[in-house]
Ligand binder design. Sequence first.
Ligand SMILES: Cc1cc2nc3c(=O)[nH]c(=O)nc-3n(C[C@H](O)[C@H](O)[C@H](O)COP(=O)(O)OP(=O)(O)OC[C@H]3O[C@@H](n4cnc5c(N)ncnc54)[C@H](O)[C@@H]3O)c2cc1C
Length: 462
Amino acid sequence: MIEPEEGTGAVLSDLLRDLGRALHGRLLLPSDPAYEAARSIFNSMIDRRPLAIVQCHDASDVSTAVSTAQRLDLTLCLRSGGHNVAGNAVRDGALMLDLSQMKGIDIDTDRRTVRADAGLTLGEFDRANHAAGMASPMGVVSMTGIAGLTLGGGLGWLNGRYGLACDNLVAAEVVTADGQCIRASRDEHPELFWALRGGGGNFGVVTSFEYQLHPVVQVLAGGLVFAWADAPRVLRFYDEFVKAAPDELSTAVSLWVTEEGEPMLSLAVCYCGPFNDGERVLAPLRTFVSPVTDDIQPVDYPAWQCRPDAGFPDGRLHYWKSGFLREVSDQTVEILMGFLSQMPSAASGVGLQQMHGAASRVPSSATAFAHRAEQYDLLILSQWDDPAESDQNIEWTRSLFEALRPHMAGVYVNNLGDEGSERVRAAYGANYTRLAEIKRAYDPRNVFNANQNIVPAGPGTS
Ligand SMILES: Cc1cc2nc3c(=O)[nH]c(=O)nc-3n(C[C@H](O)[C@H](O)[C@H](O)COP(=O)(O)OP(=O)(O)OC[C@H]3O[C@@H](n4cnc5c(N)ncnc54)[C@H](O)[C@@H]3O)c2cc1C
């Protein structure tokens, strides 16, 4: 039996009690032992207390909760994987919808599609598809949620060959602001379907996603680690090399420091075609400068997808800054080299995730994800443990970002923190106006505003 908190108004108490009774899942109030764990998310900088948490069991729970939030005039916030750095999944005083327990997955091997519930993590999704001999593009850390990742775009190791996660979306089940459950696809609510593919969860609660699958079982993948002294030469070679590489190859750069404080450069590669071809394609990158280590080898795709997981444990404080970079120029290398040696936390790093091939060729207006080009998603990923070190880490991150800013254009919505409306506009780019029109059609009262928010179109908003 759920007892609303003492001090909650009598009407609100009754309505919350009604909500609890109507659910197939659970309603958690602050007095519930499960509340603390349910309100916590990946980024420990975020410490917020929702009024109540609905642990949704199905789309009907989502619909009930969305309608109740509006009757009670409560802010709604949505948590799926809970990994977004901005922390919009949890808001003080809000009704938080936690979809993380919705984990159904259903593979259609004939059609090569998979229907996946919003609460799945990348690891759960990848492992189920792998058992059926297939894969669909996602990101590169297995604890991340498929929901937030797909709705923002989804850049990972298969992007060169098969595009972004959102490019592989075939359909989505959505609970809209008026509590209706609808399906969006190319033929059903096509404008909504367009907006879901990069619009960052602004248009409703997606309860399940249907994706295209591809015959990927093993990949030729691994890392090359280089001495810091070789980093400028390697980066310049790398930039030329990857731009000419076939779609099957997707790559990423990491700049990091050892426990002894020594800066290092790593290149990670993933080739999803025949291994003989991959060995040939990769040979120049492996021999141009001798790496300190080279562990490129055939590996099961889900195992490769888990490889960086240990670097992102729960409980750390995170502050990120990011932008798209068209080339690794001499100037950017110089800036990065200068800042890395001063990085305050050994757990931090700078990553350049390559957007390439199929992902880069989709026209910018074909989906809501606007930033299509051969380029890098540059992420200054600062993480540390001690709150006393927050100011120092944030300051370093901001300074590096400001130094790099003239070389970057646009930003990936899924990397944004709480950075203001100008950066939100930069994330949606040229697609913002169309997104605002679709927002007006599907969520005119901006019920779904705990996100990188698109304001419904109207007088003075375009
Ligand atoms: C360690 C780490 C590695 C990452 N690596 C990559 C990567 O390789 N590639 C990449 O593209 N991104 C990557 N990301 C970024 C990631 O895509 C975003 O953090 C994404 O938002 C995470 O989704 P989530 O479901 O876990 O997030 P949540 O925090 O649960 O949700 C984020 C936001 O998405 C919206 N949302 C969530 N669920 C729903 C839903 N069901 N319906 C509607 N809206 C919803 C809400 O606005 C919510 O605030 C990484 C993040 C982390 C922390």
